[in-house]
Design a protein around this ligand. Structure first.
Ligand code: ATP
Length: 366
């Protein structure tokens, strides 16, 4: 098996009722890449997947897979296979017959189908389960049968539509590693759609963050978390404290914003200029608390004072929720066991300019 690249150029989808679910989109997915499309319910993820698979013709634009333009080609003429959340396994067929299902129509002999099924079952760690019925398997095992069946037709691109969402959390986390492993072993291009940021960050070579029919950012997991480029990407992936204000001063790379919490300084993401409205964003785990001597951060850190509203101990982590003026602030600390926090305690918080992003206002998650 080998993966192929997928190229969308100006692809959009307006449904017959006039609703545009996907605005014109350019997207290149590399051959052999594990690529996720991440976004909230209704943002257009499934619509993109259906256009790539051929179940839906785009309203505008062109799609190619490998060197081939696939516009106008039906799903079974494309080098793609699709796995749904529901899996759609055949309950009366054995596991190996399920896996080999797509091969019969291609005129592959029974002996060869069986051999191929055994090989794929080994790949998805189901050796010895060939004669069972899908109902005799666990949820995770059924998932792996669906993956093996999709791979049986040797697709260059495997499209996965939230395939893990029916599984419980523990199994889901386990299957993430399995899927990633299968993808690496086969070299097939995986396009995975999900609203679960944990899944996207854990498995993907790159992630596209999508909102309201548009891709807002395409990046590796680390880039997306550390350098989100839009307020939506910044707030959909991980958590953020967000302060609103107006730009007071900028030297181009850093910018100072007058907020309800005083002057806050951060990196200038959008070439903001003096007088513009701005959002100041900092993640909960990038905030420090002043020590017993009242020392916090370093010289050019942002400083704000707050009063503790609530603290939640989460084992290794402690979540603190503070009030600072009109704003609630979330701080996430490692539990080092050396500090307790009392209700109503006043604290000084510090966070560095480098950990603070300043962006032009825009839609945010939730
Ligand atoms: P989910 O995670 O809930 O499946 P999604 O991101 O996959 O969401 P899509 O299924 O692509 O979203 O739908 C995008 C938007 O297009 C939604 O607002 C949906 O209501 C709308 N939509 C989907 N199918 C049609 C249709 N046949 N006619 C009109 N609107 C549609």
């Amino acid at each position: 098996m080998h993966g192929q690249n997928v190229e969308l150029s100006g692809v959009s989808m307006t449904y017959p009722n006039g609703f545009t679910a996907v605005h014109p989109t350019d997207l290149t997915i590399n051959a052999g890449e594990f690529f996720s499309i991440l976004g909230p319910s209704g943002c257009g993820k499934t619509t993109i997947l259906r256009m790539i698979s051929g179940f839906l013709e785009p309203s505008t634009g062109s799609i190619s897979i490998g060197a081939q333009s696939v516009n106008g080609l039906g799903p079974n003429k494309r080098p793609t296979a699709l796995i749904f959340q529901t899996l759609a396994l055949f309950p009366l067929m054995s596991v190996w017959e399920n896996v080999a299902f797509g091969l019969e129509a291609r005129g592959v002999s029974k002996q060869e189908r069986r051999r191929k099924a055994e090989e794929l079952l080994e790949l998805v760690a189901l050796t010895g389960q060939a004669e069972k019925k899908p109902t005799e398997l666990s949820g995770g095992q059924r998932q792996r049968v669906a993956v093996a069946r999709a791979l049986a037709v040797e697709p260059a691109v495997l499209l996965l539509d939230e395939p893990l969402s029916a599984l419980d959390l523990k199994l889901r986390q386990h299957m993430r590693a399995e899927l990633k492993d299968i993808q690496r072993k086969t070299g097939v291009t995986f396009i995975y759609i999900t609203h679960d940021q944990g899944e996207a960050l854990a498995m993907s070579d790159r992630v596209a963050v999508m909102n309201e029919g548009r891709i807002e950012q395409i990046a590796t997991a680390a880039e997306l978390y550390n350098m989100p480029q839009t307020p939506f990407a910044a707030t959909f992936v991980g958590e953020q404290n967000v302060f609103g204000g107006r730009v007071k001063h900028t030297n181009g790379t850093t910018v100072e914003v007058e907020t309800g919490q005083g002057l806050l300084r951060g990196r200038n993401f959008n070439d903001l200029t003096v007088g513009e409205e701005a959002l100041v964003l900092v993640r909960p785990e990038r905030i420090e608390i002043a020590d017993a001597d009242g020392v916090a951060g370093n010289e050019d850190s942002n400083r704000i004072s707050g009063q503790l509203l609530r603290r939640d101990l989460e084992g290794a982590l402690i979540n603190l929720y503070l009030r600072s003026g009109e704003q609630e602030i979330h701080v996430n600390l490692h539990n080092k066991g050396n500090r307790d926090f009392s209700a109503d305690e006043s604290m000084t918080l510090a966070f560095s300019t480098a950990d603070t992003a300043v962006m032009r206002p825009g839609p945010m998650a939730r």
